[in-house]
Design a binder for this molecule. Structure first.
Ligand code: PHB
Length: 392
């Protein structure tokens, strides 16, 4: 089998890349280890930056998102028992965010890709990538029937997430260096059948730990609270969960609207970057190259930003045979990645309770939150990063 760009992974990065390349007349094939059903039901975060929304709209994948997504012009920071609105729109010349979950983005992208003749091999596991320093690299994979196949291509895009084969194809130490931080806490996430408690997202600081109130639809709400990453969901009855959430977001007479909890899970928090994001003819995009704690809501948006840079570089190569933009891919993408790493770490460190944290740290966090709530300059820094910087 042969194509121009072989893509490992049908997550947001792989699907977006494949479709943008298609619109630019470049052929690609996607090899994905999971089934379509599994991809479409995995629950992930749900905030899209303005530029991600614009990109989805531009490539014809924005119709349902426009109809069903919730556009928010601000969010609330709660600390010391009071709420403070961050007016994103006012602070960023009208930029906004859209709450539309990642698995809905994936459903739209998969449907679009298949409708436009895209080749996506589901349940096909990439087992290795060879010939990265030649001009005909090869992706080896096993189909769902156990057959061994090879896909030879001009370039490989590694979009297979944090645990995929692509990153491992870049020799560690010799070429690749990984930078990471693991946080001593996780997020306990729930989905509940309940009306929204607030018109906008709430990010809450509390001495018992962070909490986040988000939404999915008028009758399904998404909420999280900081927990021990080694905790077990069976330790948490619905009552205990609602009490914990209410305690952390309460004050000012604010009451959470509760309801039946139908999904519970614990996610670990980590910050990770692999450098460089390119090796020979292999280009990493999205979680294959980096991950961020969800506090800044940047994961999917960073994947979209990588793809924007990579698609432009590949398109330039096929129209002029110039490798200039491809050679600049890793440094260009990494600039935004490190900006988002700093922002996500900053939001995380400002809002969470750390094990080793002292009373001094708690007071320092409150002073920092007070600064963001009262200084337009500080709020603008937060707002600009939250809505997302313009694409490079
Ligand atoms: C979500 O709705 O899942 C969500 C929202 C904001 C975040 C993280 C997750 O920062």
């Amino acid at each position: 089998m042969r194509t121009q760009v072989g893509i490992v992974g049908a997550g947001p990065a792989g699907l977006l890349l494949s479709h943008i390349l298609h619109l630019n007349g470049i052929e690609s094939v996607i090899v994905e280890s999971r089934s379509r059903e599994e991809i479409e039901k995995t629950i992930r975060a749900g905030v899209l930056e303005q530029s991600t929304v614009d990109l989805m709209t531009e490539i014809g994948a924005g119709e349902r998102m426009k109809r069903e997504g919730f556009v928010h012009g601000g969010f609330e920071l709660r600390f010391g028992g009071r709420g403070h609105r961050i007016d994103l729109q006012d602070l960023t010349n009208g930029r906004k965010i859209t709450v539309y979950p990642q698995h809905e983005v994936l459903k739209d992208l998969i449907a679009l890709r298949l409708r436009t003749g895209g080749q996506v091999h589901f349940e096909a596991k990439a087992t290795g990538i060879d010939g990265l320093s030649s001009d005909q690299p090869v992706i080896r994979f096993t189909t769902k029937d156990g057959e061994t196949r090879e896909l030879s291509c001009d370039f490989v895009a590694g979009c297979d997430g944090g645990y995929g084969t692509s990153r491992a194809a870049i020799p560690e130490h010799l070429v690749r260096r990984d930078y990471f931080r693991v946080y001593p806490f996780g997020w306990f996430g729930i989905l509940a059948k309940a009306p929204p408690s607030s018109e906008e997202l709430i990010y809450a600081h509390h001495e018992r730990g962070f909490a986040l109130i988000s939404t999915r639809s008028p009758d399904v709400q998404r909420m999280y609270f900081q927990c021990d990453p080694a905790d077990n969901i069976d330790n948490w009855s619905d009552d205990r969960i609602w009490n914990e959430l209410q305690t952390r977001v309460g004050g000012d007479g604010f009451e959470l609207k509760t309801g039946a909890i139908f999904q519970k899970g614990i996610i670990p928090l980590r910050s990770f970057v692999c450098e460089p994001m390119q090796h020979g003819r292999l280009f990493l995009a999205g979680d294959a190259a980096h991950s961020v704690p969800p506090t800044g809501a940047k994961g999917l948006n960073l994947a979209a930003a990588d793809v924007h840079v990579l698609a432009r570089a590949l398109t330039s190569y096929y129209s002029s045979r110039s490798t200039e933009l491809l050679d600049a891919y890793s440094p260009t993408a990494l600039r935004r990645v490190w900006r988002a790493q700093h922002f996500s770490w900053w939001m995380t460190s400002m809002l969470h309770r750390f094990h080793e944290g002292t009373e001094f740290d708690l007071k320092r966090q409150l002073a920092e939150l007070e600064l963001v709530a009262s200084s337009r300059a500080a709020a603008t820094t937060l707002a600009e990063n939250y809505v997302g910087l313009p694409l490079a």
